[in-house]
Write a protein that binds this ligand. Structure first.
Ligand code: SF4
Length: 285
């Protein structure tokens, strides 16, 4: 269940080329927002109506951490959320801010965007407010990781001609090894973007993701995407998982029937296991 903290207009400190919302001038704080009480009343009503909810998601037409009463809102939601998980989808821009960190520490799953590791690509793609640098975001992510006990997910969105190079992904890999997120979601443009940019092929997404070594990478495959199935011996599977854990989706797409038997045998022998990370399952050694 999503909670939109900027329901009336786009209020964001980025103006990403791939944004699904119309381009808009960046802001540092969201002013046109519902009160905490309005959000909580709407949530209470929705929780009564809908029983089958896994996650309550804080999001916005823009950046949800620009909501001025975030800390109070998180406290109020935690009081009424029962056993539902609370998730926030943020562009990561404010993660170095101590006040934002302390609000986010009380959230179960924090998902932050990190499309680029270099200031040049970051400025070109995410078009941030002039006060924001990629270095401060990366430092903020490292600090937050060191104090956050919940699940930290990083999202990378690939855009043709900007962050779709081996060099950019090698730089991202270095940064991500230091941040140590629980999971990384990688995808490309799927819906009409605000500006004239294109996504890359799923083959390219898979290829670029291979530069993220030893990390739990969850590729957002498009529905129509198929791969040639391959045969993996037990040793191949162990090698593959040592290099990078594979999501259930990865395995479904590229393992043939024999590979599935080998995988099952390794599971039965407890030479590999399944790890559940914020709603996504991975095979890992
Ligand atoms: S951070 Fe999100 S809302 Fe803001 S411009 Fe980028 S895609 Fe749009």
């Amino acid at each position: 269940m999503g909670i939109d903290l900027s329901p009336n207009e786009k209020q964001c400190n980025f103006d990403c080329l791939y944004c699904e919302l119309k381009g808009a001038k960046t802001v540092q704080i969201a002013q046109n927002v519902p009160t905490c009480k309005e959000v909580i009343n709407a949530l209470l009503e929705a929780l009564q109506k809908h029983q089958n909810i896994d996650v309550i998601t804080l999001t916005a037409n823009g950046e949800p951490t620009l909501y001025p009463y975030l800390d109070d809102l998180v406290d109020a939601i935690n009081k009424i959320k029962q056993n539902h998980q609370l998730l926030i989808l943020s562009n990561g821009s404010t993660i170095g801010n101590r006040a934002i960190q302390s609000a986010l520490l009380k959230i179960d799953i924090v998902k932050l965007s990190l499309d680029c590791a270099t200031q040049k690509s970051f400025k070109k793609l995410d078009r941030p407010h002039s006060s924001i640098s990629i270095e401060s975001i990366i430092e903020g992510m490292k600090t937050f990781r060191s104090i956050f006990q919940g699940k930290l997910v990083i999202e990378i969105l690939i855009v043709e001609g900007i962050n779709d190079t081996k060099e950019e992904f090698e730089a991202l890999n270095l940064v991500l090894q230091a941040i140590k997120p629980d999971r990384i979601d990688v995808g490309t443009i799927d819906r009409p973007p605000a500006y004239d940019v294109k996504g890359v092929s799923m083959e390219r997404v898979v290829e670029l993701s291979s530069h993220l070594v030893g990390l739990h990478v969850n590729i957002a495959y498009k529905k129509e995407y198929t791969q040639t199935k391959r045969t993996f011996s037990e040793e191949d599977i162990l090698e593959l998982l040592k290099r990078r854990p594979q999501s259930f989706e990865d395995v479904k797409l590229c393992f043939d029937a024999i590979s599935h038997q080998h995988l099952q045998k390794l599971l039965d022998e407890k030479r590999l296991h399944v790890k559940h990370i914020a709603g996504v399952n991975f095979y890992t050694t």
